[in-house]
Design a protein around this ligand. Structure first.
Ligand code: ADP
Ligand code: MG
Length: 581
């Protein structure tokens, strides 16, 4: 793999006058696409678009890596649309885009449809859980581009309802996530079924070794385009204000409410670790007067669609979600991203908060950390080379002050309006009896209450003090020291073959080879029910009658309780902590 030269890009950056040169036109895109981009308000290509679009237009295979929110969709969508020809008659797909989730299939299709409107592009999302009849009908009507989840794509390929003969381009979007979800085999099978002459493109936020393996097998002389995390995403989004609050687990829900009351986000996404947490927190926040919606893998497709449209239309102001459910989602109006827990992988943090501060807008990233999670914050700071300010949970007095501030701003606005005279009769009616001052106070009271000011008298204990002390000198604490009972077996060789993901915990699951269970079934079921990523799951041993699966030690109890009603290969079964002896 070779790195691209950056000469061209550098030249373009030196172009003195923006209005004279159109960044996208210089990439060689056709006029219909340029018109669409203008209509959408895209002024300049993002770094990943600038680097990859020209190469893709030349037909090169490539592996592109850039953080969430950097415009990877357009980077592959525009070159696909460039190839579109109006042939008359029923079109056969010229491009197949594979994505990890149904939401992304819909989102990518919508984006492509918008970019390709003037070209009459027919783009079809297909995914599991949607009636196959409707998909068959749409496919037989003819489409230019199919955006599919791997499982469903493979179903259609097997039924011969997804014609592949004309496929010129295959894109693997969010490739890392697809592999984590256990789609590797499906992806390989799909690639094997498409024409060898195709162009193959792989986009991913991270490039784990397994991606190299796929790239080596299925891509032709690929170029690797990497837009560094530090240099291009966060570093270029100084508009994201990053803060963290340290609170004990028991006070987190209250702290979240208080923080949001003070922050007053227009729209926020709150990331939680588990479905249960999503559901509980949604209830809590609705109880506090927020319009909150839940999004997780346990919901039906219709439910999810309804939630997303309520969020997109501004009907809901808080979206509570698990990582997997919200992966790659792009919501225009977001002002705040909240991590209800510190994500254990710093990359996950970067991907989550990449959802705000886009296109020069301001954004806020809020993280709630439990005392023991402070270490993870330092890891994130190291990766992003950006400081996360630890702030005190707002006190009752802080909240009141904020509410007064809001009321003052509201009144200030009203004082600027030119129709105030309309209300003079009210003053006339009451001024003599109560005096102007009293009258004004009563009016202010009503404005204040109408602003939805929460009355919340409880102080929420802040735990940041203690943590700040722990943070500095204890940096050298040994991992195994925390878990004396596991360190022996870990050093005794059970880590072998585990890669880096052996978190020390083991699950016993009562299905095995006799049930036809495969590693990807276990990873899929666990990732679906919990908020663990595929990377955190493993090693996996499948015996005749049962399986042993590694998960992070501190998540074992939670995972066991979440999996209680889960089905593996259609069967309910025992799941418990596994202890070797
Ligand atoms: P990624 O796939 O890298 O996470 P997306 O493709 O979802 O990112 O794009 C994120 C957001 O940025 C979308 O709302 C998209 O419309 C917007 N966007 C993409 N390219 C540009 C651009 N060149 N100028 C302005 N906005 C853009
Ligand atoms: Mg994307």
């Amino acid at each position: 793999m070779s790195e691209p030269t950056t000469d061209d890009a550098a030249d373009r950056d030196h172009t003195p006058d923006h209005t004279e040169t159109d960044g996208f036109a210089e990439l060689g895109l056709r006029p219909e696409l340029l018109a669409a981009l203008t209509r959408l308000g895209y002024e300049e290509p993002t770094p990943i678009q600038r680097e990859t679009i020209p190469l893709l237009l030349q037909g090169r295979d490539l592996v592109g890596q850039a953080a969430t929110g950097t415009g990877k969709t357009a980077a592959f969508a525009l070159p696909i649309l460039q190839r579109l020809e109006q042939t008359g008659g029923r079109p056969e797909p010229i491009a197949l885009i594979l994505v990890p989730t149904r939401e992304l299939a819909v989102q990518v299709s919508e984006a492509m449809y918008k970019y390709g409107r003037d070209l009459g592009a027919r783009v079809l999302p297909i995914y599991g859980g949607q009636p196959i009849g409707r998909q068959l009908q749409a496919l037989s009507g003819g489409v230019h581009v199919v955006v599919a989840t791997p499982g469903r794509a493979l179903d259609h390929i097997a039924r011969k309802t997804l014609p592949l003969d004309k496929i010129e381009m295959v894109v693997l979007d969010e490739a890392d996530e697809m592999l984590d979800m256990g789609f590797a085999e499906d992806i390989e099978a799909i690639l094997d079924a498409t024409p060898k002459t195709r162009q193959t493109v792989l986009f991913s936020a991270t490039i784990p070794p397994r991606i190299h393996a796929i790239s080596k097998r299925h891509l032709r002389d690929p170029l690797k385009i990497q837009i560094g995390l530090g240099s291009s995403s966060l570093a270029h989004t100084p508009r994201i204000r990053q803060v963290a609050y340290v609170v004990q687990r028991a006070h987190k829900a209250a702290a979240l409410g208080r923080i949001l009351d003070v922050e007053t986000p227009a729209a926020a996404i709150v990331f939680c670790r588990t479905r249960d947490e999503v559901d509980q927190l949604t209830e809590t926040m609705n109880g506090r007067g927020y319009r909150a919606e839940a999004l997780h893998g346990g919901m039906s497709q219709e439910q999810r669609d309804r939630v997303m449209s309520r969020v997109r239309s501004g009907t809901a102001e808080l979206l509570m979600a698990t990582d997997v459910a919200a992966r790659g989602l792009d919501i225009d109006s977001l002002t705040h991203v909240v991590n209800y827990d510190v994500p254990s992988a710093p990359e996950a943090y970067v991907h989550r908060i990449g959802r705000v501060g886009r296109a020069g807008r301001e954004g806020v990233a809020i993280t709630l950390a439990e005392p023991r999670e402070q270490r993870l914050l330092s890891n994130i700071e190291r990766l992003t080379k950006r400081k996360i300010a630890i702030e005190k949970v707002p006190t009752v007095a802080d909240l009141r002050a904020k509410q007064i501030e809001t009321t003052i701003a509201t009144l200030r606005d009203a004082l600027q309006s030119d129709d105030l005279q309309k209300y003079a009769a009210v003053i006339d009616a009451l001024a003599d009896e109560f005096g102007i001052d009293q009258l004004a106070l009563a009016a202010v009271k009503l404005v204040h209450a109408a602003g939805g000011a929460t009355v919340d008298e409880r102080e929420i204990p802040d735990a940041s003090q203690r943590i700040e002390r722990e943070r500095a000198p204890r940096a050298e604490t040994k991992y195994s020291g925390d878990k004396p009972d596991r360190s022996r077996s870990a050093s005794g060789g059970s880590r072998s073959g585990a890669g880096g993901k052996d978190g020390g915990g083991r699950l016993y699951i009562g299905v095995g080879r006799k049930d036809g269970v495969r590693p990807q079934d276990l990873v899929g079921a666990i990732a679906n029910e919990t908020n663990l990523t595929g990377r955190e799951i493993g090693p996996i041993k499948i015996a005749e009658h049962f399986s042993i699966v590694g998960v992070p030690d501190d998540s074992v109890e939670e995972v066991v309780s979440l999996l209680r009603s889960a089905k593996f290969k259609g069967k309910k079964t025992t799941v418990r902590r596994y202890v070797e002896n």
